[in-house]
Design a binder for this molecule. Structure first.
Ligand code: 13P
Ligand code: SF4
Length: 307
């Protein structure tokens, strides 16, 4: 059987994109090769904002399932495809509707802030969503002395540290990839690169975040390195960020804090899958209409306060 070369695959995908008026959105933890066909590569917030305003007929989403689901909720009349249907988020899987209801009933009459890394069903019963780049501002916008934050206890505790006047009650979820990064990993990297700035994603454990010179979402970390006049950076988040920085800024040095910082689910989408999915319009993401109508409210609230 004739195998497509990488170049052929890229050309076929680009041609199909035009023919079908499709847009390809990719998270920056993806394999580098997808950047050749992607219209936008960025963090969860940027992806949600674009999904909300695109006029494409089809969105091909290269990220984990909840991200594609969010795109479908924001653009219900568009077809959203996820090339590899098995690409899930371990943190989002830690919370379901039953657990959410229990958590809320233990803390009644308290606004619920939901990290975008969650299922559509969970989003349908919360007050407002947030991403790692706007979590502090979202909580601030509620003007409440107390909030429930879910499912990420580490992002929640980062918010609490920044807003000492707000009591943030966190649900015990977390990202296993960011959790695997230890203070020892950072100290070892610092020994080898003492002048390097340490840039940390807020999904990391508190003691890891405490060692950061800067804490931010993936795009915020990337922007920090671009603006900085420093030359060396220890990157404390997923490998895809380091791969892109090394490719785009060869004059600077980027050190991946640990080889464990790699999300296998994010790496599932291959160019072959993208072509197959777009050609045959397979792996369409569907969200129950009733759930979608409720879930869009907290997402749109977040998008509105972030403009
Ligand atoms: P960002 O908000 O930085 O895109 O993070 C998403 C994510 O899944 C991090 O693990
Ligand atoms: Fe989910 Fe963690 Fe992977 Fe992000 S890195 S998609 S939070 S499992």
């Amino acid at each position: 059987m004739h195998e497509n070369t990488k170049k052929e695959l890229i050309e076929k995908i680009k041609k199909l994109k035009k023919e079908k008026n499709a847009i390809i959105l990719a998270h920056c933890y993806q394999n580098l090769e997808v950047d050749e066909v992607a219209d936008y590569v960025g963090d969860s917030l940027g992806l949600s904002q674009l999904a909300a305003k695109t006029d494409a007929n089809i969105i091909v989403f290269l990220g984990v399932y909840f991200m594609a689901e969010t795109a479908k909720i924001l653009s219900p009349n568009k077809k959203v495809l996820i090339p590899n249907i098995n690409s899930g988020c371990k943190m989002a899987d830690m919370l379901n509707l039953q657990k959410l209801r229990e958590f809320k009933s233990q803390n009644p009459n308290t606004p619920t802030v939901c990290y975008i890394n969650s299922t559509a069903e969970v989003k349908s019963e919360v007050d407002i969503c947030c991403t790692s780049s706007n979590a502090i501002n979202v909580v601030k916008s509620l003007n409440s002395k107390k909030v429930l934050f879910l499912p990420d206890k580490y992002l929640g505790s980062w918010v609490a540290k920044n807003l000492p006047d707000v009591e943030v009650i966190t649900y015990p979820g977390y990202c296993p990839i960011h959790y695997s990064i230890t203070t020892e990993d950072i100290l070892n990297a610092k020994k080898l690169h003492p002048k390097a700035k340490v840039l940390v994603h807020p999904e990391c454990q508190q003691e890891v975040t405490a060692l950061g010179d800067f804490i931010g979402s993936t795009t915020q970390i990337i922007n920090y390195t671009i603006k900085s006049d420093k030359k060396e950076f220890i990157i404390v988040t997923e490998k895809g960020v380091v791969d892109r920085l090394k490719r785009d800024y060869p004059e600077k040095e980027f050190i991946l804090v640990s080889p464990k910082a790699c999300c296998p689910d994010m790496k599932l989408h291959k160019l072959e899958d993208v072509l197959y999915s777009l050609q045959n319009e397979t792996n369409e993401v569907k969200v129950n209409e009733n759930i979608a109508q409720k879930a869009i409210i907290p997402i749109e609230k977040m998008v509105a306060i972030t403009k």
